[in-house]
Design a protein around this ligand. Structure first.
Ligand SMILES: C[S@@+](CC[C@H](N)C(=O)[O-])C[C@H]1O[C@@H](n2cnc3c(N)ncnc32)[C@H](O)[C@@H]1O
Length: 206
């Protein structure tokens, strides 16, 4: 029996995300992935982003088991074992690791802030503000509202379905995310339009 979980969307979006990552990531250092989910992104990106290293994380033990299972199949010597990390907590587990040795240069967060309470986004920004060095990158991917409006009927329907599962979930307004980032010294570098009405949103630490 395998612990591998499958998220078909990762197969559809991974090449487009990789293209952006290659443009915006520092040339060396470790990328901390928050909310790695199945681990399919981690195991796809890690070998293609060498010599950088990739540190996956997720608060869900089933997800961490899946990341481990995928990692065993797609062994890459620059891929760390997954760690437990809940973005909404005031201190992250990774902060008790040797940060100098890890040399975190970027944080990647794909498809999380709409499938978690707003506190997770605020926690993500606070943690990124604490652990990223000056010039460090926060990469985010997902659907967003622009000027408070959905960008496509499919995103509006997705938002309604998220809220029906949990009223604290929902597609976020980009301006609110930018303001939350700014409060933690993370400046918007750029946004990139992605397929299926998603956006890459890239911040840089002051
Ligand atoms: C829709 S999945 C996305 C997973 C993966 N990034 C992808 O794109 O396939 C959302 C993930 O967010 C994680 N998550 C939810 N709340 C979180 C939090 N507060 N901190 C970190 N991760 C969280 C869940 O455990 C889940 O793995």
């Amino acid at each position: 029996m395998t612990n591998k979980q499958f998220a078909p969307a990762t197969q559809r979006n991974r090449e487009y995300i990789l293209e952006v990552l290659l443009q915006i990531l520092p040339a060396s250092g470790t990328i901390l992935e928050i909310a790695s989910g199945t681990g399919e992104h981690a195991t796809y990106f890690a070998p293609l982003l060498k010599p950088r290293k990739w540190l996956p994380s997720d608060p869900n033990p089933i997800a961490r088991d899946s990341i481990t299972a995928w990692s065993q199949e797609v062994a890459s010597d620059n891929l760390y074992p997954p760690i437990e990390l809940d973005a909404s907590l005031p201190v992250w587990n990774v902060e008790s690791m040797d940060l100098q040795e890890l040399s975190i240069c970027a944080i990647a967060n794909i498809n999380m802030i709409h499938i978690s309470p707003w506190a997770a986004c605020l926690g993500l920004m606070a943690g990124a503000g604490r652990i990223l060095p000056s010039g460090g990158i926060l990469y985010m991917y997902g659907p967003y509202k622009l000027d408070g409006k959905h960008t496509a009927p499919s995103n509006e329907a997705f938002d309604a379905s998220l809220k029906s599962q949990n009223p604290e979930w929902g597609v976020r307004n980009l301006d609110d995310v930018i303001a939350a980032a700014k409060a933690q010294k993370l400046n918007l570098l750029k946004t990139v339009q992605m397929p299926a009405n998603n956006l890459s949103v890239i911040f840089q630490r002051d």
